[in-house]
Design a protein around this ligand. Sequence first.
Ligand code: ZN
Length: 330
Amino acid sequence: MKPNPISPTIPLDQDGVHHGFLKLPYSRDDSAWGSVMIPLTVIQNGTGKTALLTGANHGDEYEGPVALQELAYTTRAEDVTGRLIIVPYFNTPAFQAATRTSPIDRGNLNRAFPGRADGTVTEKIADYFQRILLPMADVAVDFHSGGKTLDFVPFAAAHILEDKVMQDACYAAMRAFNAPYSVQLLEIDSDGMYDTAVEEMGKVLVTTELGGGGSASARSNAIAKKGLRNVLIHFGILQGDMQIDPTVSLGMPDGDCFVFSEGDGLFEVMRDLGDPVQAGEVVARIWPRDRTGQAPVDYRARRSGILISRHFPGLIKVGDCVAVIGAVEG
Ligand SMILES: [Zn+2]
């Protein structure tokens, strides 16, 4: 197998705090021998578990980058037992362009796994995590939000897995993250996801959806920071007491949780995030974008539960996700 072209500018396995980059050669018009420089901090102290911490897997999601920048800046080696590998801007080209996918190759990093050492820039990043960084990790925390086109109630999530021992470990880590909502997540499109790569390697995964709309709030950033610290305490990497607050447990048992648009137009949301909804209730409607005097098209919840996600922009297109309903458990 071809070696991956990425090289770290700092040691990955030495005690202390090291700030540097993952350097990915990228020859282009404005820089013949240029590189994509992915910011990286490694903090190690003795032996213990390794946490691989990533934000901006999608470049327009900001709670993870904020929480991880602070963690990298404030954590001292003596605070750690084991190792933190901190990558606040997982898809750095996308992050720097404030877009979901990479402006270099349009790569969606969360659909690029396991990646290719001789592929596109995005595939090379995926391959480096798949073959070099993930094997070092015991737990991976990958922060997401809705980006520019979706908004979410703040939740930590874990997937339903065939390996129930692994599933229990992931659920325990999700509960340690302790976001206001905890969701057993059904993926509609799991091929190529980082989540799938982590789980197939037998590593604990915690993922989140903490907000959206292409920005972050003081509240959503605080949820990210608290959850991150809690998870690191749960794995014995940081010391201290976990801060545990009430959480609402939700499930996504089937595709009826999702409502999709079948037309273009002016988006009118009829329920807000966190609102309870009944099956058959109108959660949104779409008005014509080019005329008056026509009825809107109603979009109804296909199951009862809580509105956990919604389309964010004021205009909507055919095929867009209108809303997601989470099922209340127990
Ligand atoms: Zn995302």
